[in-house]
Write a protein that binds this ligand. Structure first.
Ligand code: AMP
Ligand code: MG
Length: 473
């Protein structure tokens, strides 16, 4: 099987990356292949599941046409600038051009050390690999822009994490690209304006061919992030590590580390064990996205022009973020209460529901879905809090044409809940992949009620509740 590689990033100047082959694993074994995505990429899924396909996914065999590289990037991590990060354990094999001429990066995450590995082993273990596989595929099923998972394999080489020997694994990640705000920061920090100009042009031609120049790129990134984060908010998704190196210019969700979906709604919820101060808590996500975009803007300043005029122009573009985000949030959240096109006057109605949910510990996903089934009130510790809101909502709903259809299309029945993910990982580490496959199947059509998967609708009990998640590096 020959994959349709066209590694354009590897044709950029040498300082954009390091040429690096993956390090073979001791005994690769297949775990899962994403047949639908393989078809989209023009890859034969039967081949991908074969010994040769498994060897490619594990990094044991570099496919013909690939030009493996580790990409250079920097990044602000929890607000502090790190001038050099780079792919420490991800290797970009190249871009695959699909039969319909779309271009996707194919990356092996966990495929060994690179010049940017610092003290790390360049590896990943099965837990975070399955977590990323499951959550990113769910995001795609929810309609949220995201990197995808093409497959996962065991490497047969154990890794050591926090005193445990864990099964080593690789996830094959597919993305519109892996260009990050941190990629721009890498060159800005070095005062390398030539590289910035090259990167700006490359990003424009790859993602926003209709846009022009650095301000056009900034505007496109602002629009994409505003849309993306509004979608996260509408599904109760907390990314967990919104560092600038995890903020993709394409507007796709990238880097599924300590991410989690809300169970009970509270705006200040955070799960990540390393996010001590809640910088990346649920409600902070829009302002953090804007902060990340501001870092992008400052990288682009030298390309925009000299002096204060450039700052003013960039600021004007950044000022577009909040209105764009709010409009998208209103649209998304309006649909969650059955309004086909919410208007600004509907905002207090949505906010009143959210504040009651926060006070009454209501489950985010179940409460919204419950609006369609009449079961929402049972999610509130004190159902009277819902009862006092409901007549206002019903009065507004009377002006809608197909509120039931809108509710059903906007509110998933099932989400990948933390306790289910942890249960699935525990089983997989013990060699039982059935819970992974079952959860994956349950989340493939998250909006459809399915009798078979009713158990996945439940919120965690007090004993099951997971309150901390880990990046799993
Ligand atoms: P992340 O937290 O996954 O966004 O990674 C932050 C930085 O640490 C990136 O430069 C990664 O490539 C690097 N990194 C994470 N885990 C490892 C590892 N096991 N080995 C080498 N580098 C790593
Ligand atoms: Mg990252």
């Amino acid at each position: 099987m020959r994959l349709a590689f066209d590694p354009s990033y590897a044709r950029l100047p040498e300082r954009f990356f390091a040429r690096q082959d993956p390090t073979p694993g001791a005994a690769p074994a297949p775990v899962v292949v994403n047949r639908a995505l393989a078809a989209r990429l023009g890859i034969d899924a039967v081949w991908l599941e074969s010994a040769e396909g498994t060897a490619v996914l594990a990094g044991n065999l570099v496919p013909e046409g690939a030009e493996p590289i580790a990409q250079a990037y920097a990044g602000h991590q929890f607000g502090g600038f790190v001038p050099q990060l780079g792919d420490g354990r991800a290797i970009l094999l190249g871009e695959i051009v699909t039969p319909d001429e779309a271009r996707f990066d194919l990356v092996l995450k966990g495929a060994g050390r690179t010049p940017w590995s610092r003290g790390g082993d360049g590896r990943a273990w099965l837990g975070p690999v399955l977590r990323e596989y499951l959550v990113s595929e769910t995001m795609a099923a929810l309609g949220v822009p995201t990197t995808r998972a093409l497959g996962a394999v065991l490497t047969g080489s154990p890794v050591y994490r926090e005193g445990f020997v864990r099964p080593g694994a690789v996830i094959a990640r597919v993305a519109a690209s892996h260009i990050r705000v941190g990629t721009f920061e890498y060159f800005a920090a070095r005062g390398d304006e030539d590289a910035l100009a090259t990167l700006c042009d490359y990003t424009l031609s790859r993602h926003y061919p209709e846009a022009e120049g650095p301000l056009g790129l900034l505007a496109a990134a602002v629009a994409a992030q505003a849309k993306l984060v509004a979608q996260w908010m509408s599904f109760g998704f907390i990314h967990g590590v919104m560092n600038t190196d995890n903020c993709a210019l394409s507007g796709e969700t990238i880097d599924y580390g300590p991410c989690a979906f809300l169970d009970a709604y509270h705006p200040q919820t955070k799960f990540s064990a390393i996010d001590s101060y809640g910088r990346y808590a649920y409600a902070n996500q829009p302002q953090i996205a804007l902060w990340n975009l501001a870092q992008l803007a400052s990288c682009l300043l030298p390309l925009i022009g000299p002096g204060p005029a450039a700052v003013e122009q960039a600021q004007a573009v950044l000022d577009g973020f909040t209105p764009a985000y709010q409009a998208e949030w209103l649209f998304r959240m309006g649909r969650k209460i059955g309004l086909a096109r919410a208007t600004p006057e509907d905002r207090p109605l949505i906010e009143a529901l959210l504040s009651r949910m926060a006070t009454e510990g209501a489950d985010f996903t179940r409460s919204f879905r419950g609006l369609a089934t009449g079961r929402a009130r049972a999610e509130f510790a004190d159902p009277a809090a819902f009862d006092s809101w409901e007549p206002l909502w019903q009065a507004r709903l009377a002006r809608e044409v197909v509120p039931q259809a809108v509710l059903a299309a906007a509110n998933p029945v099932r989400i990948p809940r933390n306790h289910r993910i942890e249960e699935m990982i525990t089983a997989a580490v013990a060699g039982d992949f059935a819970p992974f496959h079952r959860l994956l199947a349950a989340l493939a059509h998250p909006f459809d009620p399915e009798e078979d998967f009713a158990a996945f609708e439940a919120a965690p009990t007090a004993e099951e509740r997971v309150t901390r998640t880990f990046c799993g590096t």
